[in-house]
Design a protein around this ligand. Structure first.
Ligand code: ZN
Ligand code: ZN
Ligand code: FE
Length: 764
């Protein structure tokens, strides 16, 4: 019996080879009809024997093209038209846009095979791509996804490429960025002053430069990298100096898995983690270093891990043929600026950092940094979610029918987010907004996301902090504003991801966020749901001498803690433990603390970690975000087996329980001064914080009858702490929720803001 059905397929179904797949399947099953891209997704009308139709639907659902993500499939019976043959119809362009944009995808194995085949016309062509791989998010200017709305529009297809593009049986059928050496983008090698080098083979030349210790700015998918040979100590040191980077680790690229084994320890790494690392997103993953390794110590000084990625563009693959053990591939920028991605300012921005520039004429429309993940509590979790993952949406636990939302995120590690029909689209990593270029990127992202997802938000969600540039931007919009407390947003980000619309115990540990009482929060225990929260416990507040200065110089924070913990003895102890803090600096701190000048109260867990790091002599300056806590964690891993802890009794003050920071610090100082090594002390400190946190959760459970704990905030990027805390909580019978799709740090705040705003709107 002949039947006809219409299917509307929603999800990531454009730019992923969906139509050719449908075409091939229909032809194979002897079905007639058409497939077409439409604003709401892909529309298929198909007819034939009902048995074949069933097979068609089953295969589409169960094994769609590799990169497609089907979110829903609407099905309708139609009267048969007795058509012959199956066609791919021209896209319609009106109506509302519901399709999703694919993230950028690492070069696929078919394209690699062609690139390595001397007989292929794309042999060694650095821009080979197909429907299964290549640039997407970074080159899309508008929707529907179509070559004319990408930065490939300027390259006119040659007859051969056009044939491939138009042939439904070809694997490049409607691959929008398709190109070849005859018609596509080209590489150019430039000197640092922008002058073109006279070379026929820029790749070979670039490999030579790298081999002889040169630094090259290399244009990638979402921006420029600065590259040098990771085993060349002199080159890496020079790059570090030029970038004004302090001790912040550089990411590296290795050619394949075999090289990874030589430099990192894989015993704590699961098969799932490796699969993600090798997958189409090709993120940077932080792996524990292995000793000895042959790379320069300057790649990641003072860190116990290497951030490693695999090649993800054809150009990377060609460069890695240069037989490097690894290349440093760090983002092309000066210290805190956002990554450079535009050719018209690359000389100005990177000319002083690189010796040469390897560029090309395919424009990057949206800059996107590499994503960074690290193994925490048994899974890879995001430190930065950007290239390869953005703009896949996170679905919210509630709909947004009461009005779409723009969430503008925090100040540091900013990302933003727009909602559309119950889904949240987070932007690429934008950075620290007080940097002018980052703020410009923020404004661009706000406009672009609304544009490509065709949403006009009716509400704006922002942080409570009155000084954040994102908050001020939100205030400048003529939209109803929903302010979400920072730590509530952290917890809401976990609830949103886990689709939980209920009350939980939320533990939010981070550097700082503006509290509802006007003090700086950061070690918070909330009883929270998506609508509201109650603060029930926190780290014992302490004055932060000199505000941000103390966050930058951990010994200052350490001194404040020592004063509070030891009173009269503080001066002697500080002179021993904090040699970098002079007597006059101590006197100055005494003075501002006593007079309460610029010394806000803080319950920040990040500051306690800073203080401990300084006391143990590990880190005296935070040159990059959370450097002192990260180095403290590194040291703790040296005593991985240590399970001792310090006595610690949380006490109740008014309506709040206090996790006693000064008390923990006091015990730690006593331990350290009696000769215990820094690694043991660091491990015991972590263990103590974990246990004290569990104790408070148990008390909250007794009072509030809640046994689910959500953990979020930048401190939970600490794998030593998080692993132990999760285990202890589970032993006590708690269910534990953690971030998986967005970072626990401030990169996830926009999601939390959007979720709270959406949920609150439903109550109005
Ligand atoms: Zn491909
Ligand atoms: Zn061509
Ligand atoms: Fe935070």
């Amino acid at each position: 019996m002949v039947e006809r059905i219409r299917l509307i397929v929603r999800g990531v179904v454009q730019g992923v080879g969906f139509r050719p797949f449908v075409y091939g399947l229909a032809v194979r099953l002897n079905l007639a009809g058409f497939v077409s891209n439409a604003p709401e997704g892909v529309v298929i009308e198909i007819e034939g024997a009902s048995r074949n139709l069933q097979a068609f639907e089953k295969i589409l659902r169960q094994s769609p093209p590799q990169l497609a993500r089907i979110h829903s499939m609407e099905r309708e019976m139609l009267p048969p038209l007795h058509e012959k043959g199956f066609i791919i119809r021209q896209s319609r362009q009106s109506g509302k846009y519901d399709v999703l944009i694919s993230p950028d995808v690492a070069t696929c194995s078919d394209c690699l095979r062609e690139m390595n085949d001397p007989a292929d016309r794309r042999y060694k062509y650095p821009f080979v791509n197909c429907t299964n791989c290549g640039p997407r998010y970074t080159i899309i200017c508008d929707l529907p996804y179509d070559r004319t709305r990408t930065t490939m529009a300027v390259f006119e297809l040659c007859p051969q490429c056009r044939r491939e593009y138009n042939d439904p049986a070809n694997r490049r059928f409607h691959a929008e960025p398709v190109c070849c050496p005859a018609c596509g983008p080209r590489l150019t090698l430039l000197k640092a002053n922008g002058e073109a080098c006279d070379t026929k083979n820029p790749v070979a030349e670039c490999i030579d430069i790298l081999h002889t210790g040169g630094i090259v700015a290399i244009k990638g998918l979402g921006g420029y990298h600065l590259a040098c040979d990771a085993s060349n100590d002199e080159a890496v040191t020079r790059l570090r100096r030029r970038k004004q980077r302090g001790a912040k680790p550089f990411a590296i690229m290795v050619r394949q898995y075999e090289q990874l084994e030589n430099i990192v320890e894989l015993s704590r790494i699961s098969g799932d983690m490796l699969r993600e690392w090798q997958g189409p997103a090709r993120p940077i993953v932080l792996f524990p270093k292995r000793y000895p390794h042959n790379l320069s110590e300057q790649v990641a000084p003072a860190s116990d891990s290497f951030g490693v990625m695999l090649p993800y563009t054809p150009l990377h693959h060609l460069l890695m043929e240069g037989d490097f053990q690894a290349l440093v591939m760090t983002s092309g920028n000066l210290s805190d600026e956002p990554i450079c991605y535009q050719d018209d300012n690359v000389v100005e921005r990177l000319g002083a950092l690189a010796d040469f520039i390897l560029s090309h004429d395919r424009e990057i429309y949206i800059r996107t940094d590499d994503s960074v993940l690290r193994p925490v509590a048994g899974k890879l979790r995001f430190l930065r979610r950007s290239r390869g993952y953005v703009p896949h949406p996170v679905s919210l636990p509630c709909d947004t029918s009461s009005g779409e939302i723009l969430a503008v995120g925090p100040e540091l590690n900013n990302t933003i987010c727009v909602t559309r029909k119950g889904e949240a689209f987070l932007s690429h990593h934008i950075g620290n907004l007080e940097n002018t270029r980052a703020y410009e990127a923020f404004l661009q992202a706000v406009a672009h996301l609304q544009d490509v997802f065709r949403v006009s938000p009716e509400y704006v969600a922002c942080d409570l902090h009155p000084g954040y540039l994102s908050t001020r931007f939100a205030q400048s919009l003529e939209l109803p504003r929903i302010e979400v407390q920072h730590h509530h947003a952290h917890i809401a980000s976990v609830l949103a991801e886990c689709h939980r619309d209920e009350q939980v115990i939320g533990v939010a540990f981070d550097g700082l966020g503006w509290g509802t009482d006007g003090t700086l929060w950061g070690g918070e225990f909330l009883v929270a749901d998506l609508i509201n929260f109650e603060r029930v416990a926190c780290l014992e507040p302490i004055q932060q001498p000199g505000g941000d200065m103390a966050a930058h110089y951990p010994p200052r924070m350490a001194y404040a803690y020592i004063r509070k913990a030891f009173g009269a003895q503080a001066d002697i102890l500080a002179s021993e433990l904090l040699p970098s803090l002079s007597e006059s600096e101590r006197a100055m701190i005494d003075c501002i603390l006593e007079q309460n000048v610029n010394s806000p109260l803080t319950s920040s867990m990040g500051r306690l970690f800073d203080a401990v790091s300084a006391v143990l002599g590990i880190c005296v300056e935070n040159c990059f975000h959370a450097q002192a806590p990260a180095e403290l964690e590194s040291i703790a891993w040296q005593a991985e087996q240590e399970d001792g802890l310090y006595p610690c009794v949380s006490r109740q003050e008014t309506s709040l329980y206090y996790l006693p920071g000064p008390g923990i610090l006091r015990a730690l100082v006593d331990d350290f001064c009696s000769g215990t090594t820094a690694p043991i002390c660091a491990a015991r400190f972590h263990n103590t914080v974990a246990q004290a946190t569990v104790d408070i959760c148990i008390r909250i459970r007794e009072n509030k009858r809640l046994d689910t704990v959500a953990l979020s905030g930048g401190v939970f990027a600490n794998a030593f702490l998080t692993g132990r805390l999760v285990n202890r909580l589970k032993q006590e019978g708690f269910e534990v929720l953690l971030n998986e799709q967005v970072p626990a740090g401030d990169g996830g705040i926009a999601l939390g803001q959007a979720a709270v705003a959406a949920r609150r709107n439903l109550c109005v």
